[in-house]
Design a protein around this ligand. Structure first.
Ligand code: CA
Length: 235
């Protein structure tokens, strides 16, 4: 593998289901990562403090500790990328609302290939922060006028679309649930279904596509919601 000479990323898997841990370990190793596995939650925070890994795959239900609490504790002293692994998809929306500071969420059952892809994406995002910043300079946001200019083109946005796009652009890589987007983008108290957000996103995408042809910037996150991410140029 080409990257073998470089410093290898060390991934900490915190997972009490042995079979899942084994499969993940195999896949991640095959993809050139170093892997460490822990099956309990009680020592994790200390372990991360002493010797921070490059990334943590963190199960929620663990003997000796709750994954969400562990995530919160780690965030008090470290920005290490954390991917939360949850057993229930309907739980993800609740998790997102908790503002845990996790970098991504994966739902069981998952394909190991999907996990590897998500791990790589998180690394890419944390490396590309610099590139991303110049990417956000691509957007000029005029709050007074409620106007967003991209690539020199003023987007013709409704007020809701304006708030939506502004939110995405200000938090690259962050996953928002539909409920969060509704709460953050709808000012008046309206009774709306969370799927309404899908049509707003669709409109924003359409308008972006005109200004930036061929670039996909707002990505659906299966079962959860959306994230804004400018893909690196070499992909
Ligand atoms: Ca578990």
């Amino acid at each position: 593998m080409v990257e073998a000479q470089e410093k290898r990323e060390r991934i900490l898997i915190v997972e009490d289901e042995r079979r899942i841990a084994e499969i993940l370990t195999d896949y991640l190793r095959q993809n050139g990562f170093d892997v460490e596995h822990q099956d309990r939650g009680d020592k994790i925070v200390e372990m991360v403090r002493r010797q921070p890994p490059s990334l943590i795959l963190l199960d929620v239900m663990l003997p000796g500790g709750d994954g969400l609490e562990i995530c919160r504790e780690i965030r008090k002293f470290s920005a290490v990328p954390i991917i939360i692994v949850s057993a229930r998809i309907d739980e993800l929306d609740r998790l997102l609302g908790l503002e845990l500071g996790a970098d991504d969420y994966i739902c069981k059952p998952f394909s190991p290939r999907e996990v590897v892809a998500r791990v790589k994406a998180v690394f890419r995002r944390s490396r590309a922060t610099g590139a991303m910043e110049s990417e956000t300079k691509l957007f000029k946001i005029d709050d007074d006028q409620g106007r967003i200019t991209v690539n020199g083109i003023v987007l013709d946005l409704t007020p809701t679309e304006f708030r939506l796009l502004k939110l995405f652009v200000s938090k690259p890589g962050r996953v928002f649930s539909r409920n969060q987007l509704l709460e953050l983008c709808y000012q008046q108290e309206q009774l709306v279904f969370d799927r309404v957000i899908d049509s707003h996103v669709k409109n924003v995408r359409k308008k972006l596509a005109k200004a930036l042809p061929g670039q996909e910037l707002i990505h659906a996150v299966y079962g959860v919601g959306y994230r804004y991410e400018a893909k690196a140029a070499n992909e």
